[in-house]
Each structure stands twice: as C-alpha cells, then as structure tokens.
Write a protein that binds this ligand. Structure first.
Ligand SMILES: [Zn+2]
Length: 278
C-alpha cells in the first residue's frame, strides 16, 4: 500500500506537466493527497537532494593551504624525493607543449590553493603567453619556476658549453618574464644526466638536478584511466611526482587529483617550501 502511494505520487509528478488535472480528478477521491514529504523520502530511500538548502553565498575554502613547515637547509646534488617522514607531496610539471594546459594548471592552482613546481622550457610559447596568469601565483609562492633547458635536448649529447648555454638561455627567460631566480633547480630533459652534465650545470649555479619518484606518465598522450591509475599509484607521502603540461588529459582530472591528495592527507609543496635557497 505504501509502495503504491509512492508510485502514484511519482506518476503525478510526471503527468502534472502535461495535463491540467488535479490529483483527485485523475485518481478519484480515495487517492491519498500528495504528501508533504518528497516521495523518495517516504519510500525509505536515500534522498538525492539535501534536506536543507546549502548556505547561500558562503565561499568554499581552498582545498589546500601553504604548508606550516620549517624549511630545511639548502640542498646540494640530485634529489628524487623529499627527505624524512612526512605528508608532503611535490607535484612537478614539465615542458609546456600545450598553452591551454599551462593556463588550465594556473587556474586550478589559483582556485584550490594547490602548489606546483614547473620545470619549463621557455621556448614553448605558452609560458610567455600565460605569464599574466602565472605571475601572481609565482609571487604568492603557489607556483615555483625551475629550469628544464631552452631546447629540451638530451644534455649528455651536448658539450659543456652547450649544456651551460641551454640552461642559461632558459634561465634568462624565466628571470626576464617572471622576475624570479630558477637556480639551483633544474630537470634534465628525458632524465638524462651524468657526472659531466652535473658538473657543467653546477658551474653556473644549477647544483640540484631534480629527478622524480612517481609519474603521471603524460609526457605523451595517455588515456583518462591510465592517468588516474598513475595518480593513485604515485601521489604518496614525500614523493616528487612528475607530470607534463603537454596534453589536456590531466586537466580533466584536477578534481580527482585534489581528492586523492586530500583523502591521503597530503600537503602539496613546491621545492622552495621544503628547502632554503643556497
Ligand atoms: Zn621534458
């Protein structure tokens, strides 16, 4: 009986739109009057709508806040994760092959308080194109800019001067465009590095090659499912995770990535949040 009245109420909801009949006219005088409670509630099912309206005009807080941590002394030499036990997560994003992806990252960071270190190639036009979006985030510390070379050449294939040159041109671009110092952090393209590269880079102040401990695997195109699987696998405490601003897949999943961080209690950081500059 109860179920039947619920169905009647649901049916009325549909019919009401197409006819001018009231409940009594359609179903006779014995039909129960429409109840005050929504039918789904009376049927004992979980309501899909909130019982109370959400507070109006209350802004949601950002998902993330600046970390409350004491910086470590300046690091020297190659790093691939964050030291010690903790709940920090450094998302590092390379290249910048798609200007729209750069812009999407900047908007996401601005909206949710996320913190990201970009290892950029200044020769890719999106960085200058979206400098206005990035600049306030660079200035407030949510975005750190670091050096991924100008031409994205495998550094062991270059002479010592070639290595210094590829880093220096990009260094000047970052300083001229954003007014910040990228040193001492650089990421060798393709992760290719050896002792000679490290020495040549260090000779101009790039003393910290930044490798990674986990990847979103999106330097080249990736499916949504694979990207989310990588995010699930690698967004872990004290990891430095590498992603790329080359293809839009990641931009469709910023919400899920933020949810993974929040559900795991991870605090996003830039490298500058963790270490003093030399
Ligand atoms: Zn790269």
């Amino acid at each position: 009986m109860r179920r039947r009245s619920v169905l009647a109420a649901l049916g009325l909801a549909g019919l009401g739109a197409i006819g001018a009949f009231g409940a009594g006219e359609l179903f006779g005088a014995t039909t129960p009057a429409p109840a005050a409670l929504p039918p789904l509630l009376r049927a004992g099912r979980t309501p899909r709508l909130p019982l109370r309206p959400a507070p109006a005009a209350v802004a949601l807080p950002p998902h993330f806040f600046p970390p409350a941590i004491e910086k470590l002394p300046a690091v020297y030499g190659s790093i691939s994760d964050l030291p010690g036990d903790g709940n920090l997560l450094a998302l590092t994003v390379d290249d910048g092959g798609d200007a729209d992806v750069i812009a999407a990252y900047a908007r996401w960071v601005a909206e949710c308080g996320m913190r990201v270190t970009f290892f950029l190639n200044g020769s890719l036009p999106g960085w200058a194109q979206h400098a206005d979006l990035l600049l306030p985030l660079v200035q407030n510390g949510q975005v750190q800019l670091a050096n991924h070379t100008w031409t994205h050449t495998s550094l062991p294939t270059l002479s010592d001067d070639g290595i210094r040159n590829d880093l220096s041109i990009n260094d000047a671009f970052i300083r001229d465009t954003f007014g910040v110092e990228a040193k001492p952090y650089f990421r060798p393209p393709f992760g290719h590095i050896d002792d000679r590269v490290q020495a040549a880079a260090a000779s101009i102040g790039y003393t910290v090659p930044v490798m990674w401990y986990g990847s979103l695997a999106d330097a080249t195109p990736i499916t949504d499912a694979d990207l989310l699987a990588m995010a699930n696998d690698w967004l872990l405490p004290q990891h430095i995770v590498i992603g790329h601003a080359n293809y839009p897949t990641v931009t469709y999943h910023f919400r899920e990535i933020a949810d993974i961080l929040r559900s795991r209690g991870l605090q996003p950081v830039t490298l500058d949040d963790v270490w003093e500059r030399p």
